[in-house]
Structure formats: structure tokens, C-alpha cells
Design a binder for this molecule. Structure first.
Ligand code: ZN
Length: 396
């Protein structure tokens, strides 16, 4: 689902259930402006039946393809009784909803398989580009790559084709889209073995950070058009080939910026200009937050960090807020104007951010009294309670 102010657009709805309806109900203001069904397989249109029955849907886009399943006929009757504007799209068309404009890259014709006839859409919001691929497989990818009608865009965020199957995500298509973040949808323990290891390896090979609904739950990308943050329902590091074949945990965890590893050590000067290192805090739980004054989600959560600092320092919690790349005077002025008193480290050359693989801010590491990373929160906290939940797991 894409939500911009009071405009909401839903692309596909999963298998037949009311799950999507209940999830999107807290986002939909008034009518649901647009429903897009990428192709008529039950794991894409099934959940749309309940959506059509529950919301006033204004516009519906499909690729015009059909199947002879029971779910498909129920979907078509739900469309009939909706009295929405319905459209069939082809390569080169635009789907305009509110302030957003989607470009249709696929299908060109309905000559492919049901999957390869999927509607594929690109969306740009400011500098941030998205590609939604439905279940398009390598044949559709090849057809998009040679098309002169719409170029395949270089994107920040890719919805990985066909649930991470090896039948999609060809080398050339991944090279052309070169996403920073790749997100696939797959059920935990699904019988297809999605995502396939070949896909994970290929995405890893082009340097994409990989997130999947089986590992991370619901995944939200928030953007202001300049930067973006990821909000994960389940906190876990990005999926990587090493996650697929985990090595047994050594008794003393090795250093690394990942859950279960020993937090990378570093030196800094304390408020009295004395050099200290992270390891000096062994025996105490640590909240290590990365932020900058220009980052609005950071600004939104820093008051919570301050409250946690005020309340939990007496229980031994160490709060360290790492400012990335800004001048001492700018940071000092910001801290003063907001009456913040938690300790700030200036990471002027971003070497510490590199050590902790910071790709998005805010990011917060929760390190236990043995120096082991227990949680990584990417994106802003919703409130003090969320931080306290995680602190409870690092208190000795
Ligand atoms: Zn599917």
C-alpha cells in the first residue's frame, strides 16, 4: 500500500483473507482511491475481494487477464458490484492518483504466462524511486529491458519479482534497477522454498540490502522524497547469504555490527575530554543511537531518548548518541535549543557509522552488559515504551 496524505493506493492483496483489509483500515481516509491487481493469481487478488467489499474503492486497474479459478470469479463479481472506474493498462500508460504518477512497464501484450503478464509499475517520489514487479519473471524482465517505450529505471527500492523465486531477478534486470533495498514477500516456511538462494545471492551481489516479510514481518518504507527509512515489524538484520547458512555461535562472539555479535569497540572523548572506549562500559547496558540534526525522524525521537536517559541512567543504562558528520557548533546549538543533556559523540568522519554499517538514520543499537548486540532498531521509535521494551532485554 502507498499512502500519501489522504490518498491511498493498494497494489495486490495477498491470498483470500481479511488480513489486508484490517491492516490498511488504519491508513485509509475516506474512500480507497485506487486498487491495482497485477495479475489474477489467488495470492494477489484473493485479499482484494474483502478490500472491495469493505471500502469504497474509486478506481481499479488490472491487466485484463483472466483465469478460471473460483477466486477469480469472486474477484470479478466484487469488481462488478463496486461500481468503480475500471481500467486495463499496458506498457507506457500512466496511473495518476492524487499527487502520484505510476508508469506502467509491463505487460506489453497478454502473450506471456499469467505471471509474465503482471503489471509492473515504477513510482518516483522526489529523488526516491520504487519499482513494483508483481510476479513478473525473467521473460517479462527481458521484454522490459529491450523496450524503447519505457526504460527500466535505476531505483532505490525494489519489490523483488515473484516472491524471490529463481525464475525472476535476472542478472541484467538487477543490474539495470540496481536497488539499494530489495524487499520480497514470502510466507514463512512456504512450500516453494521462496526466497530462492540464487535470488538472495544475486541481490547480495549487486549490493542490495535484502528484507523479506518472512523474516521482517510487515515492512514500511517512509520517505520525504530526499531520504528514506525502513520500519520493520520484526527486528532482524538484512537477509544475507550468511543468514541462510548460519555458522554455529562461538562461545565468545566475534566483533560485528549484527545481533548476537560483540559490539565493535571504539574510542572517544568524554565530556571531560578524557579518552574512553566502549569496552570501558562492560558490565553496563548501552543504548547507542546514530542521528543528525537534518534527519526529521531523528528529531522526532530524540525527546524519547532524553526521557529514557533521564529515567534509566540511575539503573546503569549508558546512553550514547552519535552525531554523524556535523560541526561541533551546530550540534551544540541544537542540543541547547532543545534542552537535551544526553551524551553526544561527534562522528565527524563517519568512521563510527561505517563500523556499525549505518545506512539509514536514526538507527539504534541495544548492547547488553556483556557487550553483545541484542537489538537493532532501524527508523524512529514510536515512543518511550518501545525503547523501554528493548532496554528490558539488555538490563543485567
Ligand atoms: Zn504470487
Amino acid at each position: 500500500m502507498i499512502d500519501l496524505n489522504d490518498q491511498e493506493i493498494l497494489i495486490d492483496g495477498g491470498e483470500k483473507s481479511s488480513g489486508v483489509t484490517s491492516y490498511i483500515s488504519s491508513y485509509v481516509d475516506g474512500p480507497l482511491e485506487a486498487v491495482i491487481a497485477t495479475h489474477p493469481h489467488s495470492d494477489h487478488i484473493g485479499g482484494l475481494i474483502s478490500v472491495l467489499n469493505s471500502f469504497d474503492v474509486l478506481n481499479i486497474w488490472t491487466n485484463g487477464d483472466s483465469t478460471n479459478s473460483q477466486t477469480y470469479s469472486e474477484f470479478m463479481s466484487a469488481i462488478q458490484s463496486e461500481h468503480a472506474n475500471t481500467y486495463v493498462v499496458r506498457r507506457g500508460d500512466k496511473i495518476n492518483v492524487g499527487g502520484l504518477s505510476f508508469t506502467v512497464l509491463n505487460p506489453d501484450t497478454l502473450n506471456g504466462t499469467t505471471n509474465n503478464n503482471s503489471i509492473v509499475l515504477s513510482l518516483s517520489y522526489g529523488d526516491i524511486d520504487f519499482l513494483f514487479t508483481g510476479d513478473a519473471e525473467k521473460e517479462a524482465e527481458a521484454s522490459m529491458l529491450v523496450s524503447s517505450v519505457v526504460p527500466v529505471p535505476d531505483v532505490e527500492i525494489l519489490k523483488v519479482g515473484h516472491h524471490g523465486s529463481r525464475t525472476a531477478s535476472s542478472h541484467d534486470f538487477l543490474a539495470a534497477t540496481s536497488p539499494e533495498v530489495a524487499i520480497y514477500m514470502a510466507g514463512k516456511g512456504n512450500s516453494y522454498g521462496h526466497p530462492h538462494e540464487e535470488t538472495i545471492t544475486a541481490l547480495n551481489g549487486i549490493g542490495a540490502e535484502i528484507y523479506g516479510t518472512d523474516v521482517h514481518g510487515t515492512i514500511v518504507v517512509a520517505t520525504d522524497g530526499e531520504a528514506y527509512t525502513l520500519q520493520l515489524e520484526k527486528q532482524a538484520p538484512p537477509y544475507s547469504p550468511s543468514v541462510i547458512s548460519p555458522t554455529p555461535e562461538p562461545s565468545t562472539p566475534v566483533e560485528g555490527a549484527a545481533i548476537g555479535k560483540s559490539a565493535p569497540n571504539f574510542q572517544f572523548n568524554n565530556a571531560h575530554e578524557q579518552p574512553v572506549s566502549l569496552a570501558d562500559f562492560r558490565g553496563k547496558p548501552i543504548l547507542l543511537n546514530f542521528w543528525a540534526t537534518w534527519c526529521s525522524p531523528c528529531r522526532a525521537e530524540l525527546p524519547y531518548i532524553q526521557k529514557v536517559y533521564d529515567k534509566w541512567s540511575e539503573y546503569g543504562l549508558v546512553v550514547l548518541a552519535v552525531n554523524m558528520g556535523e560541526s561541533p557548533s551546530k550540534v551544540e546549538e541544537f542540543m541547547k535549543s532543545h534542552n537535551f543533556s544526553f551524551p553526544v559523540l561527534l562522528d565527524s568522519k563517519r568512521s563510527l557509522a561505517d563500523k556499525y554499517n549505518i545506512r539509514y538514520i536514526p538507527t539504534t543499537y541495544f548492547i547488553d552488559d556483556n557487550g553483545v548486540i541484542k537489538h537493532i532498531k532501524i527508523g524512529a521509535f514510536s515512543g518511550v515504551a518501545e525503547i523501554e521494551d528493548m532496554i528490558n532485554n539488555i538490563l543485567p
